[in-house]
Design a protein around this ligand. Structure first.
Ligand SMILES: *Cc1c(COP(=O)(O)O)cnc(C)c1O
Length: 510
């Protein structure tokens, strides 16, 4: 106790506080109510905050103490600090004026499902460790597969099956590992350096990351070029040419990632034709529908995944545009055995009769980690609380609002829609013709600069948040509609913000 001045970190003192049980039911009830009230008020007042956090890097270190408190602090005090120090550093993804990246669409059902799952706090690595966690997951994945009209071969009721992963990145790592081991068992482990992975220049970086993790030679990753004239979709002909040239070099085509709803522009790769090519070379095809997959529960959008029957695996993120909190990536595979062969380990301490009987699913063998959360609960609550009918209504209302925004862009002579809208995201920019001294063919850098300035001005206003992409050398703004609280008036306001800032930015270029 004499060396206090030299002591860093939490400092002991003489008056130890009374000890309470950290899971006392009545205290949980009391603090839980306070927390729910806090969050309800947050949703109610969310429009008062700048959508994009305006803090500078390192802001929080200046505001919080150097070390953790030694004595307990009441929830009321902690929430005060959340209000004053954390909220300013939040970018409000639940704001109705959030149009960045893709939405992170919360809902009451998703939230309460998450809460319930946290309450049970089970570690559901195998069936035994919580039979309901496994069985509900299998049931919900079949329900959802059915809603998407996935071929029976992807469902447990066929010979496939679905699993909830954390994110698309993990889903691709797992499927690529399965594909790799299947292939290496045929051609020999020494040939790993010959395996090639294919996507397009629009494929999400998750594919690249997965290739790095799975041990694909860095020189064997192909990002095939796309073009604006074909709406940035991957060409089956180019894929075939690339594969043929790789085979000539003695390489082995392994894995194709086709995308339904690319991140930059929501383009859709022609699944059927791509799967036909891949089939000729015995490759694994994964369909990444992270953002747009959910909208295929509406019959009028189902055609976007036509051809999926030729793929080996399919995934979409329920945490993007399906009212389920992060994290929740839904992955279906036709051949679960391939996944299990690649990912299973069976240490003695996990052995049990149910697993030995081979009559149960042990999801630990379908994913990277051993421990796993009871994610199916939140998805089950979402499906039940809204039903297919309202889930379709929500998604359609977002698409309708995107149509409105798209029309406003098209009707304005300064602007252009750069890629035709497929879903609820509009890709647009100030058109080169809006600048009177636009210097013709080499003006691309200039018009990109104008659009970049426009986006910065929009986001600095705090009124809305949008993000950008660069496609075919063009800097484009993306307006992604899908935050659950968004209504038509917010979309109209967003357009006004864009328009007013364009007016200001353009006036400096005339
Ligand atoms: C968002 C997105 C991903 C990445 O999803 P994570 O769940 O964050 O890994 C992958 N692919 C596409 C097409 C996406 O839009």
């Amino acid at each position: 106790m004499g060396s206090l001045e030299f002591h860093h970190g939490p400092v002991e003192n003489n008056c130890d506080p009374p000890m309470t049980n950290p899971l006392d039911p009545e205290e949980f009830r009391r603090q839980g109510h306070i927390m729910i009230d806090f969050i309800a008020d947050y949703f109610k007042n969310i429009e008062k905050y700048p959508v994009l956090s305006q803090v500078q890097p390192g802001y929080l270190k200046k505001r919080l103490p150097e070390s953790a408190p030694y004595n307990p602090e009441p929830i009321e005090t902690i929430l005060q600090d959340v209000r004053y120090h954390i909220v300013p550093g939040i970018t409000h993804w639940q704001s109705p004026s959030y149009f960045g990246y893709f939405p992170s669409s919360g809902s009451i059902a998703g939230f309460l499902g998450e809460m319930l799952s946290t309450g049970f706090n089970v570690v559901g690595f195998n069936w035994m460790s919580s039979p309901a966690a496994t069985e509900l997951e299998s049931i919900v994945m079949d329900w959802l597969g059915d809603m998407l009209q996935l071929p029976k071969s992807f469902l447990f009721s066929g010979k496939g099956g679905g699993v909830l992963q954390g994110t698309t990145c993990e889903a691709i790592v797992c499927t690529m590992a399965a594909a790799r081991d299947q292939m290496l068992s045929r051609i020999g482990k020494d040939n790993i350096g010959r395996l090639v992975v294919y996507g397009s220049d629009q494929t999400h970086s998750a594919l690249k990351k997965a290739s790095q993790i799975v041990g694909i030679h860095p020189g064997n990753f192909r990002a095939i070029n796309t073009a604006q004239s074909t709406e940035f979709a991957l060409s089956p002909e180019l894929l075939r040419l690339t594969i043929c040239s790789d085979i000539e070099k003695g390489l082995v085509p392994l894995f194709l990632c086709a995308t339904m709803g690319t991140t930059a522009t929501t383009s859709v790769d022609p699944l059927g034709a791509l799967c036909d090519v891949a089939k000729d070379y015995g490759m694994w095809v994964h369909v990444d529908a992270a953002y747009a997959g959910s909208v295929c529960i509406c019959p009028e959008f189902r055609h976007f995944i036509e051809g999926v029957e030729g793929a080996n695996s399919f995934s979409f993120n329920a945490h993007k545009w399906f009212f389920t909190t992060l994290d929740c990536c839904c992955l279906w595979v036709k051949n679960p055995t391939a996944l299990i062969d690649s990912l299973s380990t069976n240490p003695e301490f996990l052995r049990n009769k149910a697993s030995d009987s081979k009559q149960v699913v042990d999801y630990k063998d379908w994913q990277i980690a051993l421990s796993r959360r009871f994610r199916a609960l939140k998805l089950w609550l979402v499906l039940r609380s809204y039903g297919v009918a309202n889930l379709r209504n929500f998604l359609r209302s977002h698409v309708k609002m995107a149509e409105i925004f798209e029309r406003l862009v098209r009707e304005n002579k300064w602007f252009e829609v750069v890629v035709p809208r497929n879903f609820a995201m509009v890709c647009f920019r100030i058109s080169p013709s809006a600048i009177s001294k636009y210097p013709g063919d080499d003006g691309n850098a200039l018009i990109n600069e104008v659009n970049c300035k426009l986006l910065e001005a929009i986001n600095a206003s705090g009124n809305v948040y949008m993000t950008h992409a660069v496609v075919g050398g063009m800097y484009v703004l993306r307006c992604a509609i899908g935050a659950t609280l968004t209504e038509e008036k917010h979309v109209l306001m967003a357009w006004k913000v864009v328009h007013d800032h364009a007016d200001a930015v353009l006036s400096t270029y005339q």
